[in-house]
Write a protein that binds this ligand. Structure first.
Ligand code: KPL
Length: 292
């Protein structure tokens, strides 16, 4: 029997994981308020599946939970969400961190009593009133920051793949998190600041701003010793902009909804790294101040 899977955070990714994994394992979806017990998932081919799920809050979850906990909250809620659950979890609970950025990943890998894996995904999904739309397939990578727990990573990647995600266990999740962070930093704060869709970055007056950001990011990444993506930084950033041209990026959605942004998780690690290496990062700093 596959171990129970506790999905914390009933946003688009949490719902996607919950419905997909519920075909293979006992799944509980947990939110600050009780999440819906019935969710409809619209697959990329338009096929709709309905699933009944166990829905809990931190207060109602029966202790001790034993299994795998997928933390899918925004980066700035991650620590508080775990603190609220601490009394309910067996000490060897495996944690999978799905957050953007590179903040909680570092601290929890150090401080959590059980295994901690980090995941990064480009699956496209959005929430609907009664469930979630799995808009398009992407790639998901999973691993431990320092390459430990390879068996666990393989098992979980196999489970997620059987559940319908394209998931691979990797030994270099650290580099992959930095790559995602850098691409996010070149897109998210600019589109949030100017309230534009990703594709508008290709046009004047934004194109030179993206180029200037890439210049800063390249220097920070080089100083930090992060190998560039095979296609190079510039090509990677422009490819993602092209591929997500119609998107309202996550930071823009946060700004439009009046929510806090993930600027600390996305820009924070880059500004820290720039400071550590004595580098100027005027574009990144200005955007950090502008997006709030
Ligand atoms: O991941 C993204 C996000 O919206 O957070 C990008 C790559 C910017 C695509 O929209």
């Amino acid at each position: 029997m596959t171990q129970p899977q506790l999905i914390v955070g009933p946003g688009a990714l949490g719902r996607l994981l919950a419905v997909r994994l519920s075909e293979l394992a006992p799944v509980t979806l947990l939110g600050r308020r009780p999440p819906p017990t019935r969710l409809a998932l619209t697959a990329p081919d338009g096929h709709i599946v309905q699933r009944r799920l166990t829905s809990e809050t931190a207060a109602s979850l029966a202790a001790p939970f034993r299994g795998t906990l997928h933390l899918t909250t925004k980066a700035y809620h991650a620590q508080a969400a775990l603190d609220g659950l601490a009394q309910k979890l067996a000490p060897d609970t495996a944690l999978v961190l799905w957050q953007n950025g590179y903040g909680v990943q570092r601290t929890l890998t150090r401080d959590w009593s059980g295994p901690v894996l980090c995941a990064t995904t480009s699956e496209g999904a959005y929430v609907t009133a009664d469930g979630v739309v799995h808009a398009g397939h992407g790639e998901t990578y999973l691993g431990h920051l320092h390459g430990a727990y390879a068996d666990l990573a393989e098992r979980l990647a196999a489970l997620l793949s059987r559940a319908g995600l394209h998931c691979r266990a990797v030994g270099d999740i650290d580099t992959r998190l930095w790559h995602k962070l850098a691409v996010n930093a070149a897109i998210n704060p600019l589109v949030a600041r100017w309230r534009i869709r990703n594709g508008q970055l290709r046009d004047r007056p934004f194109r030179p701003l993206v180029e200037a950001l890439i210049d800063e990011l390249v220097l920070v990444m080089e100083a930090e010793g992060i190998a560039p993506p095979a296609e190079g930084w510039r090509a990677r950033v422009w490819r993602v902009i092209e591929g997500t041209a119609n998107n309202r990026a996550s930071m823009l959605q946060d700004v439009l909804a009046g929510r806090p942004t993930e600027r600390d998780a996305i820009l924070g690690p880059l500004l820290d790294a720039a400071r550590r290496h004595g580098l100027e990062a005027p574009q990144l700093s200005a955007l950090y101040d502008a997006v709030g």
